[in-house]
Design a binder for this molecule. Sequence first.
Ligand code: URA
Length: 432
Amino acid sequence: MRAVDIIIKKRDGLELTKEEIDFFIQGFTEGTIETYQASALTMAIYFRGMTDKEATYLTESILHSGDILDLSAIHGIKVDKHSTGGVGDKTSLVVGPLVASLGIKFAKMSGRGLGHTGGTLDKLEAIPGYNISMEEQKFIEQVNEIGIALVGQTGELAPADKKLYALRDVTGTVESIPLIASSIMSKKLASGADAICLDVKVGSGAFMKNVEDATKLATLMVNIGKNCGRKMTAILTNMDEPLGLAVGNSLEVIEAIQTLNGKGPKDFEELCLEVAAHLVLAAGLEQNIEAAKKRLKQQIDNKEGLNYLAKLVAAQGGDASYIYNPDQFPNAKYVLDVLSDKAGYISHIDALAIGNAAMILGAGRSKIGDTIDHSVGIVLEKKVNDKIGKGDVLAKIYSNFENVSDSIKLVLDAFAVAKNPVESKLILKIVK
Ligand code: URA
């Protein structure tokens, strides 16, 4: 087999076989296939696309390039969730404890944030003592004991994806639906869960800018997961404004705690209940989505979800008293108001700009290895469809330095104001 023949076959729009895809991915990972050939193949895939069968083979090939977690020693169905990356997305911190409190095993490996989106691990590390690294054996033991673990990656999952993604990043081939789907799904499948709920973000702050493309991506990921024997659901959600109100690490943990106390922002609670309800259905605990949501709401009302967040934090070395008394989180030195210069109804809040404004304050990384200031960020005071007057506070900036003019400008410009209210919906579509 020759790499060039595989490139030509895809260039001409033909379907690749499993053997051809395995040959190429193995060769690229081991270094026997040159980077320029992998660039040519990814560009051919970008233009020609892939069938579901090819995308499944590609996912499996990337998946088998590294370690695959064996969670068979965990009793019962193991569930996981994944978001394609949003601003203010602290959903795992609420969904995990809620489903675990119902006896469903939540075994999740998360990532760090880069650029305008935050990472769950960075948020968890805002809790003093919380340890994100754990051996596989201990991970399994913890999930068996308390029903939940939220850690960084153990072992080396999907190394071929790391190499391919770095290449796509510099060759204009990130925005290919089969390449995104195989990249995400190879890592998700390597993490070993039986049922996965995907939250595919749509809008200005997301990879997928419209519902049509997001539906294609979600459908392909669901099909890949099902082809690999997993229970799958994808939820398309609006990212035309940040999720909830808080953007920034300890601010987001506080918002997750408020939500588990029944006092979270409406949109954030709605998404958490939707994602968690699909996991409840996958675990077979309820037969319909409304019953699942009702049951989850009870776990908020009786504080069991909150107790499971505290259990998780304690099991991973963190100070669980912060969960019951979040006033202990260190405050940023300065809190500055961003004031509206217009009147009307908010029609859009550019999530990308808010994410970037938070990153400049130190809440995120502009490059791998940057350190994070957990106390800083932005809290929105207004959301889409809120009525505002000139001089109203749109958002508060939490900073450890006084001059935040760049962030203020980004936040102010992120708010679009219209004369009349607009239609807006958080959950756009469910793909099963
Ligand atoms: N996230 C991933 O992990 N891979 C992609 O290709 C895009 C988003």
